[in-house]
Design a protein around this ligand. Structure first.
Ligand code: PLP
Length: 387
């Protein structure tokens, strides 16, 4: 039976929050125009640049990840601009909606949900655009709804060859989980959110802006006020914010970025890789199918298919019995898949526990033998050992 406050979040956001970060949240707020707060903005901005592997400006917005993506779009583009949107899941679909809502002309490049976007499709459309009418390519790096990671490195190289189009990338479940070298890949606009790899509660989001993105912002005529990134850049030059930021979340951000620096990017990425391999291999050993293409598994979330059982009931059983919250499928995938989040503040114990919970539930439903669960745990352990 459930014990209060022992819930383990294994959904792709909000993710678990370390004690140190929770303590920072509980401090008395300070004035957002004070010198102390400005010092904090200076440090967190530098550390955000470290996390993004960039010298670009990285701006902090009070709002969720969607605010950061919307800000990137409306701060740089113009009414009627032609853009490409990559769509192979729920989040890709959201950016199509946002772009259309702002009157952009959208060319959609699709892939079946569960499959990655094909970089060559982007190449073809971009190469055909000799008059340079395409002003941006908008896409999701790690598609959280399906557990697929798109080949951003290759797609961004094609965007760069086009020369004109900006890349506007949803890296909400890839920043802090796998390598996203913003400068090396020449990414113009990169959006992320605090409740994912950052290990802090929801409420802050981040946008990295290249020089090219700032140039585009000079003429941008889409309607905007709160999310006009030019205001954020102006305030950031004096380590400040245009409006009252979520002060306590910035305390939390400061702590979590320090923790991330202590662990180091390479170790953070390897930890996510190990956990991804442990869960995906355990799932297949348990005779479950992965929803995503096996060569393109997201580092932060694994989508697992259930053929004979209702995935919502399965999730509910695990929540009640093991106090582990898993995510369900969205839209047509509801009841068909469940998703295990392994993003942010997750350790090997969490992985072993979730595999055990999934395996035991299958054993209890006579889907597999206990031996199978043993095999799955041993397959997972092999990956966890390989540090
Ligand atoms: C969580 C998430 C977002 C942001 O959603 P918000 O609810 O606005 O924070 C965007 N894209 C992806 C891929 C996500 O996983």
């Amino acid at each position: 039976m459930a014990i209060q406050q022992k819930l383990s979040l294994m959904i792709p956001g909000p993710t678990p929050v370390p004690e140190k970060v929770l303590e920072a949240l509980g401090r008395h707020p300070i004035g957002h125009r004070s010198k102390d707060f400005q010092d904090l903005v200076e440090i967190t901005t530098k550390n955000l640049q470290w996390l993004h592997q960039t010298e670009n400006d990285v701006l902090t917005i009070t709002g969720s990840g969607t605010a950061a993506m919307e800000a990137g779009i409306i701060s740089t583009l113009n009414r009627g601009d032609k853009v490409i949107c990559g769509e192979n899941g729920k989040f890709g679909q959201r950016w199509v909606k946002v772009a259309k809502e702002f009157g952009l002309e959208v060319i959609t490049i699709n892939a079946e949900w569960g499959k990655p976007l094909n970089p060559e499709d982007f190449k073809t459309v971009l190469e055909k655009d000799i008059n340079k009418e395409i002003k941006a390519v908008i896409l999701t790096h790690s598609e959280t709804s399906t557990g697929v990671i798109n080949d951003l490195k290759t797609i961004s190289s094609y965007i760069r060859n086009h020369n004109k189009a900006l890349s506007i990338i949803d890296c909400v479940t890839s920043i802090g989980a796998c390598n996203v070298p913003v400068d090396e890949w020449g990414l113009d606009i990169v959006a992320s959110g605090s409740q994912k790899g950052y290990m802090i509660p929801p409420g802050l989001s981040f946008v990295s802006m290249s020089k090219k993105a700032w140039q585009a912002s000079e003429n941008s005529n889409l309607p905007k006020f709160y999310l006009n990134l030019k205001s954020y850049r102006k305030s950031l030059s004096s380590n400040s914010n245009p409006y009252t930021p979520a002060v306590n979340l910035v305390f939390a951000l400061d702590e979590s970025l320090k923790m991330m620096k202590e662990e180091g990017l390479d170790k953070i990425f390897k930890r996510h890789e190990r956990h991804k391999l442990a869960i995906s291999e355990a799932a297949t050993t348990l005779n479950l199918k992965l929803f995503a293409d096996e060569k393109h598994l997201s580092p932060s979330v694994t989508a697992i298919q259930l053929e004979k059982m209702d995935a919502e009931n399965f999730r509910k059983t695990i929540k009640i019995k093991y106090d582990i919250l898993l995510a369900g499928g969205q839209d047509h995938l509801k009841g068909k898949i469940f998703r295990v989040g392994h993003l942010g503040y997750i350790n090997d114990r969490d992985i072993i526990s979730v595999i055990t919970a999934i395996g035991n539930t299958l054993v209890e439903q006579n889907e597999i033998s206990t031996e199978k669960l043993g095999e799955a745990l041993s397959a997972a352990s092999c990956h966890l050992k390989a540090i």
